[in-house]
Design a protein around this ligand. Structure first.
Ligand code: UDP
Length: 333
């Protein structure tokens, strides 16, 4: 369904990042006006192509308030900015709590101040923690293992409190593994350093740099490697349009929703698909388990369909790898 955003403005915090750029493009495609707020600590100016931007760091409360004041007509905010590297969070928790939790509090305060009363927040399946209950339902106990997951859960709670106290409307997305790239190849995953499986495996397949490290082949899974639910970033972006539509229609005022496909793939299955798509084997070494990794995570995706009418259209694994390969090949040429 092609929902028209009627030229309405949407503030996209973290709009210069991997998911943010895809969200902005999708908002523009649906007739909306994305306004990027970013501190460019990880985002890229070249990924902002669909509207204006404001350079602002959420940790600066006054600057955040000022940025909102200059866009006081905006009602809808998408919040994607955060520290995401799990290992760094374990080493430097204060940095994570400051950037993610304090930053989100400043954002909420600024939103309340200007009357922006709708928030779409990107949380994570890492808020659930270790459990055998697969697929994961939204009602699963949230007991995050990593500092990263703990900061995201703290923000979920803050948003719930703002809903209860001030009537803030929200959709909290618990993403599974964002992957793939826009079909045009103009935007894609550009983390530095890159820690994610698919870009690292593609790089190794392309013969750029060392062999890939496969973190643990002794997990309790059919082939011994971890299982994840890979969802195409274009589908994630489209889920945001469904969230805006659902809030516009008043169908719900608050929801926590998994954004995944419902299917799990092991690390070795990903490497096999990469060989099929690229024709190149992925050279790898089996390395020790990575700290913070859970054995398996995949979504029960039925709630997203029920609450938002969202179901993934671009997330078959072959398409994910094809679009990622298409993007990275251009980058590496
Ligand atoms: N992984 C790996 N080598 C890498 C990067 C990731 O073996 O260079 C594994 C990782 O241990 C996990 C899976 O691939 O089991 C997905 O990791 P990723 O960092 O892409 O996403 P996460 O699930 O941590 O959010």
């Amino acid at each position: 369904m092609h929902y028209n955003l009627n030229n309405n403005p949407v503030i996209v915090v973290g709009g210069a990042g991997y998911i943010g750029a895809h969200v902005c493009k999708t908002i523009a495609k649906h007739g909306g006006r994305p306004i990027v707020f970013d501190n460019f600590s990880a985002g890229h100016k070249h990924a902002i192509k669909w509207g204006p931007h404001v350079e602002v760091d959420l940790r600066d409360r006054k600057a955040t308030q000022k940025a909102f004041e200059t866009h006081s007509d905006v009602k809808t905010v998408i919040h994607l900015a955060s520290s995401i590297e799990v290992g760094i969070g374990e080493k430097y928790p204060s940095e994570f709590y400051d950037n993610n939790v304090s930053g989100a509090l400043n954002l909420l305060m600024a939103m309340k101040y200007t009357g922006a009363d709708r928030l779409i927040f990107s949380s994570t399946c890492a808020t659930y923690g270790e459990t055998q209950n697969m697929p994961l339902l939204e009602t699963e106990v949230q007991n995050p293992f990593s500092v990263y997951g703990k900061t995201k859960l703290a923000i979920e709670h803050m948003i719930q409190s703002y809903h209860k106290a001030y009537g803030m409307k929200y959709v909290t997305f618990r993403y599974f593994n964002a992957s793939g790239a826009d079909a045009s190849g103009e935007i894609g995953e550009e983390h530095d350093p890159e820690t994610h499986l698919i870009p690292n495996a593609l790089k190794a397949a392309a013969g750029l740099g060392p062999k890939m490290k496969l973190f643990g082949a002794d997990y309790d899974t059919p082939d011994g490697t971890c299982i994840r639910d890979y969802i195409h970033v274009t589908d994630i972006a489209l889920a945001h349009i469904d969230a805006i539509r659902t809030l516009d229609e008043g169908a719900t005022t608050h929801a926590e929703v998994n954004i995944g496909t419902g299917e799990g793939y092991s690390v070795l299955e990903i490497l096999t698909m990469i060989q099929k798509v690229t024709g190149l084997p992925v050279p790898y070494d089996i390395s020790p388990r990575r700290e913070g990794d859970l054995t398996q995570l995949y979504a029960d995706a039925t709630n997203a369909k029920k609450v938002l009418g969202f179901s993934p259209q671009h997330s078959d694994l072959e398409n994910i790898i094809k679009t990622a390969w298409n993007f990275h090949r251009k980058q590496w040429e």
